[in-house]
Design a protein around this ligand. Structure first.
Ligand SMILES: NC(=O)c1ccc[n+]([C@@H]2O[C@H](COP(=O)([O-])OP(=O)(O)OC[C@H]3O[C@@H](n4cnc5c(N)ncnc54)[C@H](OP(=O)(O)O)[C@@H]3O)[C@@H](O)[C@H]2O)c1
Length: 328
């Protein structure tokens, strides 16, 4: 079947529905009996949708779950504790649209001597029109890419994530991306990180572009952390498929009248959509590989743009300058 174009809202919804209806499950869900006792799991955007479902699942399996969320969700930690039956859940404050807040989170993890075994970079946003992050970048570029770039850079530099090939101790870094990355054009390095104004209609194109940045970064990170082929950190990126979540919360009221019933009928509940994330976090075999991309419960290659090594190097170098610019 031809790849649906996901650069319009209709295309994205249609693509999400056809993916669900035609999905070929080539990977088996991780049985509930698989445990991750003693592992510390950082999950961003864990107060809602997919992130919350992942936090509950990892806590149920014995993980020490650090829910990295914005302020304003006082009950989220208690809810994850109640749903998982585990008290081994902590809430940490972070606003990924502000790099100072990302550094503050990293400082706190470092001070607390935390070691993160599994990082799930899940937080996502779909603004109704162009908005700036605290440092003036386009919001989705900032949240989906730049914040994760800074977060992982710091966690590695601080020893909060420690790459090691030692069996059972190899850390896992999981990027929640989207199939919409395939509909994006090449990253424009001549205008890298430049803010562009857009309205409702073009938001989905910028969403796809930010997810292409994320997928390209995941591939480059994987290559840099695992030179020579021996896996020291298992980097996975994935698309969880269409989820009946809060992601479209900024859509206009009239659009929601149509969109919400469609999402309710055809999109997966977050608990179901979590299956590929659980696989990336807990399945034994994927913990020994890196650079893998999952779409639902199927392994695929990410787009050719995302695997282009030249683009990966350029993205790494261009963003390195931003890391330096915003270092505390
Ligand atoms: N929904 C889909 O159909 C779909 C399809 C493919 C991929 N995905 C991806 O799946 C991931 C989870 O999305 P979802 O569908 O579960 O949506 P969701 O229910 O809206 O959850 C998104 C989470 O990200 C958090 N977040 C957003 N901006 C943040 C910021 N600046 N700082 C910290 N946290 C922030 C949100 O926190 P607040 O509650 O504070 O805003 C929320 O916890 C996203 O990366 C999304 O792109 C979703």
């Amino acid at each position: 079947m031809p790849e649906p174009k996901r650069n319009t809202i209709f295309g994205a919804v249609y693509g999400g529905i056809t993916d669900r209806l035609s999905q070929r499950k080539t990977l088996s869900p991780v049985p509930e009996s698989v445990r991750i006792d003693g592992k510390t799991c950082l999950v961003t955007g864990a107060n809602s949708g997919l992130g919350k479902a992942v936090a509950v699942d990892l806590a149920k399996r014995g993980g020490h779950v650090l829910m990295a969320c914005r302020g304003g969700h006082p009950g989220a930690g208690d809810e994850v504790r109640r749903l998982s039956g585990s008290d081994n859940v902590e809430m940490l404050r972070v606003d990924l649209s502000d790099l100072r807040s990302v550094h503050t989170l990293c400082d706190r993890l470092k001070r607390g001597g935390n070691r993160v075994d599994i990082a799930v970079l899940n937080a996502g946003v779909m603004p109704s029109r162009a908005r700036r992050s605290a440092q003036g970048y386009e919001l989705m570029f900032a949240v989906h890419f730049l914040a994760n770039r800074v977060l992982i850079d710091r966690l590695l530099a601080d020893g909060t994530i420690r790459p090691t090939p030692r069996s059972g101790q190899t850390p896992r870094i999981v990027f929640v991306s989207s199939e919409s990355h395939r509909s994006a054009g090449p990253i424009d390095f001549d205008h890298f990180a430049a803010f562009t104004d857009y309205g409702m209609k073009d938001g989905i194109k910028h969403y796809g572009a930010s997810k292409l940045h994320m997928c390209t970064y995941a591939q480059e990170l994987s290559r840099r952390l695992n030179p020579g082929g021996e896996v020291q950190a298992a980097v996975t990126s994935l698309c969880p498929g269409a989820i009946n979540s809060n992601l479209a919360r900024e859509a206009p009221a009239l659009m929601k009248l149509i969109l919400y019933p469609v999402m309710h009928m055809f999109f997966a509940a977050p608990e179901k959509a979590a299956a590929p994330v659980t696989y990336a976090c807990c399945a034994e075999e994927i913990g020994r590989r890196s650079g893998v991309y999952l779409h639902l419960m199927q392994e695929k290659r990410p787009s050719a743009l995302a695997t282009d090594e030249d683009a990966g190097t350029k993205l790494w170098e261009a963003s390195e300058a931003l890391l330096a610019k915003h270092a505390p």
